[in-house]
Design a protein around this ligand. Structure first.
Ligand code: 8X3
Length: 250
């Protein structure tokens, strides 16, 4: 039987591209998100290639997460791969001007959310003594940049969680991969700038940013590596990008 993959944040960006790439590999897919129409559209499309089911829940709410994952029919329960792709940035400003609501969304979504979904999936993986968890961190988890303290802190937490999970789960046959993308053109900056598409477009102006498919390729590489190989950590930058905020634009 083909492997079962649960992907959070599957309705857009890296999550959606990963769902598409996994469908090409015939993985059975549990697509998770909060925008039902997009989940339905994706399910309809990818069902032509593989078995697909969807779950609609907010990763920030433990009861919703736990209920949703418990509600999976028996044949979907043995999750082999978890891709923690749900995450967001909200605001880009000096910390003294930051909004506590924005901070909550980043800490709750990027850190708590990743923990909650993992908590719902890890015990089954431990019981089966196999599994693979892929956490979407960021170059922002490796280096802190001005005006991004809380986003960077949330991704630094993802880095620590990936390392900690690997320490605790390797002995149970579970691999943990940390993926740290640089500048990927998705809805990321539109969300960060609260719908200001013009400001978002400037982030990716004058160079070729990464695409969600570029990152999905690296995730595929990690999850299809032979059993004796763990891809622990990958940082993927755009070709014109030397560091988080050092981008050579034309
Ligand atoms: C997104 C990368 O550098 O734009 O995680 O914050 S960055």
């Amino acid at each position: 039987m083909s492997r079962i993959a649960l992907i959070t944040g599957a309705t857009s960006g890296i999550g959606r591209a990963t769902a598409e790439a996994f469908a090409d590999l015939d993985f059975r897919l549990i697509l998770c998100g909060r925008r039902q129409e997009r989940l339905d559209e994706l399910q309809e499309r990818l069902s032509q290639q593989t078995a697909v089911t969807t779950l609609n829940f907010d990763v920030r709410n433990w009861l919703e997460v736990d209920d949703a994952i418990r509600s999976l029919p028996e044949e979907w329960q043995a999750i082999d791969i978890l891709v923690n792709s749900a995450g967001n940035a909200h605001g880009l400003s000096p910390i003294q001007d930051g909004s506590p609501q924005d901070w909550d969304m980043m800490i709750d979504g990027n850190v708590q959310g990743l923990l909650y979904v993992s908590k719902a999936v890890m015990p089954g993986m431990v019981e089966r003594q196999r599994g693979h968890i892929v956490n979407l961190s960021s170059v922002a988890g490796k280096e802190t940049y001005a005006n991004g303290a809380v986003y960077c802190a949330s991704k630094a937490a993802v880095e620590a969680l990936s390392a900690g999970m690997r320490l605790d789960l390797t002995q149970h046959g579970i691999k943990v991969t940390n993926i740290a993308p640089g500048a990927v053109e998705t809805e990321f900056s539109v969300v960060r700038f609260k719908g200001d598409a013009e400001r978002a477009a400037k982030v990716y102006a004058g160079f070729s940013p990464l695409t969600p498919e570029d990152i999905a390729d690296t995730i595929v590489y990690a999850v299809t590596a032979p059993a004796h190989v763990t891809i622990a950590d990958m940082t993927i930058l755009a070709g014109a990008q030397a560091a988080a905020t050092t981008i050579y634009r034309k």
